[in-house]
Design a protein around this ligand. Structure first.
Ligand SMILES: [Zn+2]
Length: 236
């Protein structure tokens, strides 16, 4: 899949007068070229994750930080296997849509809270794989899963040895994204979350400095969750 341009035309800088706030015009400017680059990367990533069966039935959502104040994020409910630029929106760091077009996913807030809190993070991936969903149910009672002793821990940025331990929090699911975001913020106020968390009966969020880092973290999480689930069966 390749995009010849963006839905915003060939201009390299797009300026949108998004709203009138506090008596003045709120002007949002972002690079159309940067949007096209992000839309392509999101579409490529989504197509691959769809092919793996990790985002069944239009689930999942993906985002990339475009610049200091804008994020490109998938729109609600679209088929992620073959995304078009019109199905990828520009929002600000509060999740407010800047571009016209589709509706932002309700879960956009869970992406933007990561970008607000971690300035170094450039990509967030949210998937609903079988292993992620099963692990979220199995470990929900503990509200966390500690993973240690695996060589693949080294796939997580900042982890240098199998002796390291990663803590994956498991949050209760909610249809109220404000409530869920508040629970994640409350957790983050107490202790850090390194690279990923699970939501009970729902799926996983993973992030990284780049799309490649976020995907490597998601792949590592997926493999380690499958190890932990298989171990439980073998030891039962
Ligand atoms: Zn979801």
């Amino acid at each position: 899949m390749s995009y010849s341009g963006s839905p915003y035309g060939a201009s390299t800088l797009l300026v949108i007068i998004s709203s009138i706030e506090h008596g003045g015009l709120a002007i949002a400017a972002f690079s159309a070229a940067r949007f096209a680059e992000c839309a392509q990367a999101i579409a490529d990533q989504a197509a691959d994750l769809a092919a793996r069966g990790w985002i069944p039935a239009t689930s999942g959502n993906f985002s990339l930080r475009m610049d200091e104040v804008h994020v490109a994020v998938t729109a609600s409910g679209c088929n992620k296997a073959n995304l078009t630029p019109q199905e990828i929106l520009v929002v600000d760091l509060q999740g407010k849509p800047i571009s016209s077009g589709g509706k932002p996913s309700a879960e956009t807030e869970l992406h933007t809270q990561i970008y607000r809190r971690f300035p170094e993070i450039g990509a967030v991936l949210h998937t609903h794989s079988l292993n992620q969903t099963l692990a979220s149910r199995v470990f929900a009672a503990d509200q966390r899963l500690d993973i240690a002793g695996y060589e693949l821990l080294k796939a997580f940025s900042g982890y240098a040895t199998h002796d390291d331990r990663i803590v994956i929090p498991v949050f209760a699911n909610s249809q109220d994204m404000g409530e869920l975001a508040a629970a994640i913020d409350a957790y983050l106020a107490r202790e850090p979350i390194t690279h990923a968390y699970l939501i009970d009966g729902h799926g996983a969020y993973a992030w990284g400095a780049s799309m490649a880092d976020a995907r490597r973290h998601l792949d590592a999480l997926e493999f380690l969750l499958s190890c932990e689930l298989e171990l439980r069966k073998l030891r039962a």
